[in-house]
Design a protein around this ligand. Structure first.
Ligand SMILES: [Fe+2]
Length: 207
């Protein structure tokens, strides 16, 4: 199910951010899974947890989250991420031991959010950085083309006026993966008018 498309094309996007001395690039990969429909169907079939079920599990996610133990995910895609994380342009040192550690416990995690949950959350912007313990994170969009709205935003912090600015919008496209340094400010772009007829489905990986 999680088999990676054998012919991936990766596009590197430079994100200007003076605050961070390393990891100023993201990598966008189209057509990531060979069979994204099966991954999407699996995500839809899985149990979804809310903040009431487990606050830690949701972390910064809004709405619900799928979180399934599966050995197949690591088996199928770990090596691809090792290659991506060794990209010479990253400026983040690759450490095989850390990488193996994170992948040994990698779960199938999907953020699931609908229109009412976006409204209930109330925030206009959801920019944050992921945990200090991590080096990279990745989102993979699992909405069909006709369902795609918004995406993931990457931000620049301006210390002069203590504000953050949207530097790059990685638009939502079915089966597109976006790998980014976990220290880079980012957030889901979801407006209060979006996802009225379907759930937003975004797989997330942290490593
Ligand atoms: Fe995040």
């Amino acid at each position: 199910m999680f088999k990676v498309n054998p012919e991936l094309t990766a596009k590197v996007v430079e994100i200007h951010n003076d605050l961070y001395h390393y990891g100023s690039q993201i990598i966008e990969i189209q057509n990531f899974y060979e069979d994204p429909d099966s991954v999407r169907e699996y995500a839809i079939s899985c149990e979804k947890y809310t903040k009431e079920d487990n606050e830690d599990l949701l972390a910064s996610a809004i709405g619900r989250r799928v979180c399934e133990d599966t050995l197949e995910l690591g088996y199928q895609i770990k090596d691809t991420f090792e290659q991506l994380c060794k990209h010479p342009g990253w400026g983040i040192e690759f450490n095989k031991e850390d990488h193996d550690y994170y992948w040994s416990g990698m779960r199938f995690t999907v953020n699931v959010t609908n229109n009412q949950e976006i409204i209930d959350d109330g925030r206009d912007m959801i920019a944050h950085v992921d945990s200090d313990f991590l080096k990279w994170a990745c989102v993979i969009f699992l909405n069909k083309p006709e369902e795609c709205e918004g995406g993931t935003g990457f931000y620049r912090y301006d210390s002069d006026n203590d504000k953050i600015y949207l530097e790059h919008l990685s638009i939502m496209e079915y089966n597109k993966a976006v790998l980014y340094p976990s220290s880079m400010p980012h957030g889901a772009i979801m407006e209060k008018s979006m996802f009225k007829t379907c759930d937003r489905l975004v797989q997330v990986l942290f490593m």
